[in-house]
Design a protein around this ligand. Structure first.
Ligand SMILES: NC(=O)c1ccc[n+]([C@@H]2O[C@H](COP(=O)([O-])OP(=O)(O)OC[C@H]3O[C@@H](n4cnc5c(N)ncnc54)[C@H](O)[C@@H]3O)[C@@H](O)[C@H]2O)c1
Length: 320
């Protein structure tokens, strides 16, 4: 049997006609998820305050309603059209910012998630919560499994832990259908994060590329199209209720190797000098490397997109 055809048929069948709400839908992951969802449902709403999300993303999604609002605005959120399925992606996503502004980070990520859980409870909707590798902190178990436990080393990581704990509470006490997905480092067109930062720096000055930290930190880099596949399966399959899934590529790449790969693709390896600051930002993680065996097995999901091909795609899109 052709697994890709099965995937499309099952997911299309389950999500067809559903009323779907995506918080943070104007952001990077939300944009790509919503684009795919428009093929499956005509009842799609983005709820986003556009604090970091972009109106261009909303426009490029196509057939979608936008409610411009903050998830902390309970009245507005609860009065948004009833949903069957909610993807909760809205968040403050910058680790250094969370260390400078722990209260704002807590409000958006912890209290904000509780507000979205209330919306799901009111609507009797399934909720998919976007969590992060940051909940593991600096794990001693590599690759890291879902049951490793919570050891965050940043306020961002801790606010995601609180969100996850509330998800568990709502599942156990209110019987809410809720699935937690923990993302590693997601990249692709319109991404932010390390690849984007490197390309920005090179565009400004191709003679020098500064890495924050030692360059020996390493990341599990997973392409957005693989992430969206996993999100669609999680949203459509009942057996995922109450479960937590690691969404990564299942390998780890040192930041210095990533920098060298980008320079090689750009043919700048003999021109650009790589420097390191030595010290990274507070709350930074040394190694992200997910064990994705549970996700592979239960979701019948395999990340397919290679790093090299997709960096080329990102570079081509930015016309560097
Ligand atoms: N991109 C990654 O590599 C990655 C890794 C781990 C976890 N995650 C999680 O995935 C989710 C999506 O991440 P992303 O990379 O698309 O981030 P993003 O910053 O591109 O998108 C977040 C969106 O949330 C919106 N938002 C922020 N605060 C809001 C609020 N109070 N009310 C309403 N909307 C608000 C922003 O305007 C933005 O559109 C986040 O929850 C993030 O923590 C992302």
């Amino acid at each position: 049997m052709n697994r890709d055809i099965d995937f499309v048929v099952v997911v299309m069948g389950e999500l067809k006609g559903k009323k779907i709400l995506v918080t943070g839908g104007a952001g990077f992951i939300g944009f790509h998820l919503c684009r795919r969802l428009t093929d499956l449902t005509s009842n799609l709403t983005i709820y986003d305050d556009l604090s970091s999300g972009k109106m261009d993303n909303v426009k490029d999604v196509g057939k979608v309603k936008l409610v411009k609002g903050n998830i902390l605005d309970q009245k507005k959120l609860l009065s948004t059209e009833k949903a069957d399925l909610i993807y909760h992606l809205a968040a403050q996503v910058v680790v250094p910012y969370s260390m400078e502004n722990p209260l704002i980070d807590f409000e958006t990520n912890a209290k904000g998630t509780l507000q979205v859980l209330e919306k799901a409870r009111k609507d009797d909707a399934k909720l998919v919560f976007a969590s992060s590798a940051a909940v593991y902190g600096n794990p001693t178990q590599l690759p890291t499994k879902e049951d490793y436990g919570f050891h965050p080393v940043s306020c961002y990581g801790l606010s995601k832990v609180v969100g996850e704990e509330y998800c568990g509470m709502y599942r156990d006490q209110y019987g809410l259908d809720v699935t937690v997905v923990r993302f590693a480092n997601v990249y692709g067109l319109r991404c932010h994060g390390v690849i984007h930062d490197f390309l920005d720096k090179i565009a400004k000055n191709p003679n020098k590329l500064e890495i924050i930290g030692t360059g020996l930190q390493s990341r599990d880099l997973v392409h957005i199209s693989d992430v969206v596949d996993a999100l669609l399966t999680v949203g459509s399959e009942e057996f995922t209720n109450g479960e937590t899934y690691n969404i990564g590529f299942g390998t780890t790449t040192k930041i210095i190797d990533l920098a060298n790969l980008i320079l090689q693709i750009l043919n700048l390896q003999n021109k650009t000098v790589i420097t390191t600051t030595g010290v990274s930002w507070q709350g930074d993680i040394n190694t992200i490397w997910f064990d994705i065996s549970k996700t592979r097995k239960e979701l019948h999901w395999n990340p397919k997109v290679s790093l090299e091909d997709s960096i080329k795609e990102v570079i081509a899109d930015r016309k560097l």
